[in-house]
Design a protein around this ligand. Structure first.
Ligand SMILES: Cc1ncc(C[n+]2csc(CCOP(=O)(O)OP(=O)(O)O)c2C)c(N)n1
Ligand SMILES: [Mg+2]
Length: 586
């Protein structure tokens, strides 16, 4: 197999070529995977070069979806996802997808064509102030002003995307820079192989801070790990498991942090925050919280009602300014999640055996608490209701999806229900919700990106009907790409989360919350892919198996779920309840 280092030294082009060709050559040398975009005049030389170099590029039907697909591809591979858009509307359509990656810390290199500088500011067609619009959407916007600087600034884009807290970088390429030519030398096409995947480099927390944290943990009887998406970005799974097992410390996770350790592991407490099985109650009873790669934002903290202020927090985080933003930290560990967890394990190694003995009763509580929760949830998990209960759908996913499967979850109920009830069977990014910006519409294009990133694994995307309607055109993309992707449409004929909130807060006065009754399986068949309508919960298992068995064309499972807005929420949403000092909600 050719490594990135080999590629960076071999096959370097030279001579006179267009800016577009130079850009494509740099992406080739960087080992870029499939790209997603929609062309226009400005980037034509780039598209032409991609074809000549035999690189994989997929025409997408909406640039936002290209950015979503690139984001999911990056989450699965750790390598920057690549997407592009043309001048004006192509560029502005990227905004939502790129903010998802900025907030989620996901490496992406996005390319936007811009006006020819000989004519800009003269009402060129599609001209708009796209750099100003896109700048706050990305980690860095790099405007390329000279054809000769394309290799250097593409190199910079990869370095910024994969360093520190990863994120998206937008290369803004004026038409004349892309169409113009330059006589390049082979040396111009240098690559830094360490910047081609995230994290490019690791920084360790200060030694004295590690020792302070270790002392706090050593003295704790009921310590708890709270992990967010940073655990995946840092690829800290093995380090987390080693630390948790050595010290007998249970692990709770946000939606993005699911899979930090396998959900089926005995130390996993499941989701914490807005919705929780047993994690929230254990957080309240804890005496030391170790927060890793998690911003402690609104949903993780139940709108800042958790964790109780008297419990000391050790906060390990790559972005220094996130520490203490929502909750003060007793010890701030500024650094990479994996490196920090390794250092904590080492600092506490001598007392590990004694710590495990002291905490035996504490971790011994977990199975009993989990069983009590399961008994309480059993009527919903095993429900034979028609329309189908969301909990039953989640249980069927747990039964059907193998260890290596990837479940991509959309922004509405799809993410919240599976965040609470879906169990990953192996550590790693096997559950991909778009919690950076929580836009609806991520499910299908995210599924496309994940399926291309993991062609051997079953990939299932779960989305609301509203989210699916938003991006229906990408079913054509998935068909053209011959992806064996299974798409579950949660058909509740509603903008469900909104309707459920109106039920809880507006006395059942529904405004702009209903969708038409649709047959998404029939729509899928009309678009040339497999469509299966599922109304009976017993048919869910066979339908999922049929979808996952299709290896080269997508399957849409149109799952008819409850239409009762009083039954839609996974539990009480604490925003709908007035919280007073000392109250306990949900
Ligand atoms: C782009 C966007 N617009 C609005 C919202 C607010 N929102 C959150 S959930 C939801 C309902 C979405 O309906 P659907 O996709 O059918 O999912 P359901 O809640 O019914 O399962 C909406 C509108 C959002 N998250 N993203
Ligand atoms: Mg819906």
């Amino acid at each position: 197999m050719t490594t990135a280092t080999d590629r960076s030294l071999q096959n370097r082009p030279q001579g006179n070529m267009t800016g577009g060709r130079a850009l494509a050559e740099m992406l080739r040398l960087s080992g870029a995977g499939p790209m997603f975009g929609m062309g226009g005049f400005q980037l034509l030389p780039f598209y032409d070069a991609l074809g000549q170099l035999g690189m994989q590029h997929f025409l997408i039907n909406d640039e936002r979806c290209g950015a979503f697909a690139a984001d999911a591809y990056a989450r699965v591979t750790g390598r920057p996802g690549i997407c592009d858009g043309t001048l004006g509307p192509g560029a502005t359509n990227l905004v939502t997808g790129l903010i998802e990656s900025t907030n989620g810390g996901i490496p992406v290199v996005a390319i936007a064509g811009d006006t020819n500088r000989a004519h800009s500011w003269k009402n060129m067609t599609q001209e708009c102030r796209q750099a100003e619009i896109l700048r706050p959407a990305v980690k860095e916007l790099i405007r390329i002003e000279q054809t000769s600087r394309i290799p250097e600034l593409t190199r910079r884009a990869f370095a910024v995307a994969t360093s520190g807290r990863p994120g998206p970088v937008l290369l803004d390429v004026p038409e004349d820079v892309c169409h113009g030519s330059h006589d390049f030398t082979a040396d111009d096409f240098a690559i830094d192989p360490t910047t081609l995947s995230a994290p490019a480099r690791r920084i360790r927390p200060d030694r004295a801070d590690i020792e302070r944290a270790a002392r706090l943990i050593a003295g704790a009887k009921r310590p708890l790990l709270l992990v967010g998406g940073g655990i995946h970005i840092s690829q800290a799974h093995a380090a987390l498991l080693a630390f948790a097992e050595a010290q007998s410390i249970p692990v709770a996770h946000t939606m993005s942090g699911k899979g930090g350790i396998a959900c089926t592991h005995a130390l996993n407490l499941g989701l914490f925050g807005r919705y929780s099985r047993i994690a929230n109650e254990l957080i309240e009873a804890s005496d030391c919280l170790i927060v890793v790669g998690c911003k402690l934002g609104e949903i993780a903290t139940k709108r800042y009602a958790l964790p109780p202020l008297h419990i000391p927090i050790i906060h390990l985080e790559i972005l220094a300014e996130e520490i203490g933003r929502c909750r003060p930290a007793a010890v701030a560990l500024w650094g990479d999640a994996r490196a920090g967890l390794e250092d904590l394990t080492e600092a506490l190694a001598d007392s590990a055996r004694a710590a495990r003995a002291t905490r035996a009763d504490y971790v011994g509580e977990i199975p009993g608490r989990m069983t009590a929760w399961e008994e309480d949830a059993a009527p919903r998990l095993n429900s034979r209701d028609r329309p189908i209960h969301m909990a039953r759908l989640c249980r069927e996913l747990n039964r059907a999806l193998p260890e290596d499967a990837i479940l991509v979850a959309d922004g509405g109920f799809a993410g919240h229900w599976t965040g609470l009830l879906y169990d990953t069977k192996a550590p790693g990014r096997h559950f991909i919700p778009d919690r950076g910006l929580a836009s609806i519409g991520y499910g299908l294009p995210g599924g496309i990106g994940a399926a291309l990133a993991a062609p051997q694994s079953p990939v299932v995307a779960i989305t609301g009907d509203g989210g699916f309607n938003m991006v229906l055109g990408e079913l054509e993309t998935a068909r053209r790409a011959k992806l064996g992707l299974t798409i579950i449409v949660i058909n509740n004929a509603a903008s469900g989360y909104v309707k459920a909130l109106q039920h809880a807060m507006m006395g059942g006065r529904y405004q702009s919350a209903d969708l038409s009754e649709m047959d998404y399986a029939a729509i899928a068949r009309a678009m040339g892919v497999t469509g299966i309508r599922v109304e009976d919960p017993e048919a869910l298992g066979p339908a999922l198996a049929a979808g996952m068995a299709e290896r080269d064309r997508p399957t849409v499972l149109d799952v008819v779920v409850t239409r009762d807005p009083g039954q839609m929420l996974p539990a009480v949403d604490n925003r709908t309840v007035e919280i007073k000092q000392g109250d306990r909600v949900a």
